[in-house]
Design a protein around this ligand. Sequence first.
Ligand SMILES: NC(=O)c1ccc[n+]([C@@H]2O[C@H](COP(=O)([O-])OP(=O)(O)OC[C@H]3O[C@@H](n4cnc5c(N)ncnc54)[C@H](OP(=O)(O)O)[C@@H]3O)[C@@H](O)[C@H]2O)c1
Length: 241
Amino acid sequence: MTSPHARARVVCRAVPVALVSGANRGIGRETARQLAGLGYDVIVAARDEAKAREAAQAVGGRPLQLDVSDPASIERAAGAVRDDPGALDVLVNNAGIGSDFGVAGAEPDFDAIQAALDTNFFGAYRLTIALLPLLRESEHARVVNVSSGMGGVAEMGGWSPGYRISKAALNAMTRILSTELEDAGVKVNSACPGFVKTDMGGQFGAEKPVEEGAAGIVWLATLPDDGPTGGFFRDGKPVAF
Ligand SMILES: NC(=O)c1ccc[n+]([C@@H]2O[C@H](COP(=O)([O-])OP(=O)(O)OC[C@H]3O[C@@H](n4cnc5c(N)ncnc54)[C@H](OP(=O)(O)O)[C@@H]3O)[C@@H](O)[C@H]2O)c1
């Protein structure tokens, strides 16, 4: 239940607050930049403190040290957000790694699969739960899980088992939390940015500009109250889970 104090904070706050994980480079940085341009108070989270500071200054946000694979770092970061700005309207779970691209599922590297799960799934899940009390206080809370078409089970192919399984698990988290939080007005969706020219996608020849990859994430982060929840979208269009 929202405390009267918290409710007063919601009513008084003019600027919505967004947190983007892994925001020092790539799609996360561009998502933070676009949200800041829309007037959000953007928390630019990165595991390297100096990189968080540099990116925050560049995009017009505030820095936060956050390693999503470290539960203690998540707790510290959530505590810092509770202290200042003491509110959160948008969470973009963007931080991600590809630890076993091209590795055969029939010849798995279980350490690499564990690493993918620790960052891409447990990191996003733990961070969402740590920040959920603040999100529940928002009147328009939005969670965007940056997933991948490679995590869609319906059309899943072979290779890269850790990456695929971690994103499939993230998509399951989207479905579970969107269902449970619907009545609270917290919208939870998965986004596939497409094949984007970042450090991750560029090594495989991706050409989609980062601005376009981030735009579909920003759309989900800024959905109106009658927008979808529990969906999986690329460029604003549904993708098979
Ligand atoms: N690019 C594509 O084609 C594509 C396609 C589908 C989905 N995606 C997804 O989009 C998201 C962003 O990808 P990208 O292309 O921008 O990749 P990227 O350029 O490799 O950037 C990844 C970001 O995640 C951060 N990160 C990794 N592990 C972290 C951790 N433990 N804690 C905090 N931050 C961490 C990195 O920080 P450091 O600088 O410290 O490493 C970096 O900021 C990922 O979730 C990825 O799976 C990308």
